[in-house]
Design a protein around this ligand. Structure first.
Ligand code: NAP
Length: 286
């Protein structure tokens, strides 16, 4: 029951009505018997500064940010976590005598992959060079990946992200196209991550960027697209005998990491997963 003592958390976005975060966090609060609630807030572009001030004034304990606020929120915060500062985007804010911004997207992807294989010293090929690729590439290097290749349709954008990674982390990073160059890189890679929207509902029959004949059985393939549960790329990976990590895992772990930042508690991953799968109509995949 919500009372005067209930702690309030939430997500700000536009649109926000289809957000999958409220069911995951509320299921965890319920399971752990915590007097807390997580609500969606429809905040339009340009209103994020006022919304953050309002949240602080109202005693809201923590927020997630989604499109279009992940970058614009930064100037309204008092402090930034190191990874969020490097990535240049914030998806989580903790209010505690001020507002501190974090980015749990990259950490979510790393934890998802580490359910299957450690990332330390591994060679990682990332398809795409947008916001998600930026979060994942910075975080995976911060967590010890040995080499990262950024492969993108617009090669200039891959080069720009590569240069940012190298200048901030002094890391082993290459840029590549999505044709012959990337095929060569995948041959001796350990981990392949798709961060492009290819294959996402309703375009589920889009041809994946990489086919089975280019993959190998020692590869771990993660598609961060989570709808459908098994994308075209993951089907190809299975054909090649590679191990797969579905996009739902990143979504679950970015939430679990935010929950920990706000409450200090490691949320039950199975509760997050069950709530998400139910919301996606995928209960039978567990
Ligand atoms: P973004 O910033 O717009 O970047 C999109 C990237 O995909 C760009 O590198 C773009 O290449 C590439 N791309 C788009 N269409 C392409 C095509 N037809 N062929 C080749 N490359 C193409 O988007 P984002 O924020 O990074 O998000 C990307 C995807 O990740 C979305 O589907 C999103 O739903 C998903 N996502 C999932 C999670 C999760 O928790 N599972 C979290 C965040 C995002 P160019 O540079 O050439 O345009």
């Amino acid at each position: 029951m919500i009372t005067g003592r209930t702690n309030v958390f939430g997500i700000m976005g536009d649109p926000v009505e289809h957000s999958l975060s409220p069911p995951m966090h509320n299921a965890a609060f319920k399971k752990l018997g915590m007097d807390s609630v997580y609500v969606p807030f429809h905040v339009k572009k340009g209103e994020i500064g006022a919304a953050i001030q309002g949240a602080l004034a109202m005693g809201i304990k923590g927020l997630n940010l989604t499109i279009p606020h992940k970058t614009s929120v930064m100037e309204h915060l008092d402090e930034l976590d190191h990874a969020a500062e490097l990535i240049g985007a914030v998806n989580t804010v903790k209010f505690n005598n001020g507002a501190k911004g974090y980015n749990t997207d990259g950490r979510g992807a790393v934890r998802a992959i580490e359910e299957v294989t450690p990332v330390k010293n591994k060679k990682v090929v990332i398809l795409g060079a947008g916001g998600a690729a930026r979060a994942v590439s910075f975080q995976i290097l911060l967590e010890g990946a040995g080499e990262v290749v950024i492969a993108n349709r617009t090669v200039e954008k891959a080069k720009a992200l590569r240069n940012d990674l190298v200048s901030n982390l002094d890391a082993n990073v290459k840029s590549s196209d999505l044709d012959l160059e990337v095929i060569g890189e995948i041959q001796d890679a350990d981990i392949l991550i798709n961060t492009t929207p290819i294959g996402m509902y309703p375009n589920i029959d889009d041809e994946p960027l990489v086919s089975a004949d280019v993959m190998h059985e020692n590869l771990v393939v993660n598609d961060i697209v989570y709808n459908p549960f098994e994308t075209g790329l993951l089907k190809e990976a299975k054909k090649a005998g590679a191990r797969v990590v579905p996009g739902t895992k990143m979504l679950i772990y970015q939430g679990v990491e935010a929950f920990k930042i706000w409450t200090g508690v490691e949320a039950p991953v199975d509760v997050f997963e069950k709530a998400l799968m139910k919301e996606l109509g995928l209960g039978e995949e567990l």
